[in-house]
Design a protein around this ligand. Structure first.
Ligand SMILES: Nc1nc2c(c(=O)[nH]1)N[C@@H](CN(C=O)c1ccc(C(=O)N[C@@H](CCC(=O)O)C(=O)O)cc1)CN2
Ligand SMILES: NCC(=O)N[C@@H]1O[C@H](COP(=O)([O-])[O-])[C@@H](O)[C@H]1O
Length: 216
């Protein structure tokens, strides 16, 4: 590789180029509200693609429910406003969802992206954003829905698993599938080693699926 290329930021991209639209951006940027509960690597994949002008979108706000979630540090790095709505502070799911809707409306969000959101949502949120909420799941749905998808795949002894982006409906992990990627399970895989391999593909399909929303 020539030396001038090495002057380019060597930070490995969280996403690969093959899923980027090859045509120039058309239309207004999508206004995204991100929901996350944990580390935020998928948040970072989205923010990285936007910063690289590979995604015609803007992250209006990040909402997280876990005070210790590392996603907050990633949001700061990208200058994205992050708001804690801790589910433990609410007596019902509906009350939390009402504040989700209120916050997303305050920030002029038009698409909601669940990037590792570990709370079941109610019609309060779903009806406020009909067919405009997407979720990322670490299995090839409909196989292995729920919060233990990776462990379930290992336990089932399947040789291929993967990840899915789907539209969110009231029944958990059942909405129309937008994009999937397959990931092999290796004989010595642990939940952590398999999750790490799945996440490489997650970072691609979450960006690819958002890129395709422009056409919806
Ligand atoms: N109504 C819907 N809500 C959510 C969906 C959906 O499709 N419809 N997708 C999930 C994402 N998800 C898996 O991809 C998921 C997340 C969390 C749970 C769950 O059982 N959560 C528990 C709490 C678990 C915990 O805190 O560790 C709960 O909410 O009581 C299932 C599936 C997001 N929401
Ligand atoms: N049932 C939902 C679920 O398990 N979602 C999973 O949470 C992780 C979040 O990672 P991240 O915080 O590094 O983006 C991702 O692997 C995603 O598939």
């Amino acid at each position: 590789m020539s030396s001038d290329l090495m002057s380019v930021d060597p930070t490995p991209s969280l996403i690969s180029p093959e899923i980027f639209p090859s045509i120039p951006f058309q239309g207004e940027p999508l206004k995204l509200g991100i929901l996350a509960s944990g580390s935020g690597s998928n948040f970072e994949a989205i923010a990285t693609a936007i910063a690289a002008q590979k995604l015609n979108a803007k992250i209006q706000v990040l909402i997280y429910n876990n005070p210790k979630a590392k996603v907050v540090e990633r949001a700061k790095k990208f200058g994205v406003t992050s708001i804690l709505l801790n589910h433990r502070d609410y007596s019902t799911r509906e009350d939390l969802d009402q504040d989700l809707v209120k916050t997303f409306n305050q920030y002029d969000v038009d698409w909601v992206v669940m990037a590792g959101w570990m709370r079941i949502v109610t019609p309060v949120l779903i009806d406020a954003f009909p067919q405009k909420i997407i979720n990322l799941h670490p299995s090839l749905l409909p196989s292995f829905p729920g919060i233990h998808a990776i462990e379930q795949a290992l336990e089932a002894g399947v040789k291929i698993t993967g990840c899915t982006v789907h539209l969110v409906e009231l029944e958990v992990d059942s909405g129309p599938i937008l994009m999937q990627a397959a990931v092999p399970i290796l004989p010595d895989d642990t939940p952590d080693s398999l999750h790490a391999r799945i996440q490489v593909k997650e970072h691609q399909i979450i960006v690819g699926a958002i890129a395709q929303l422009q056409q919806k």
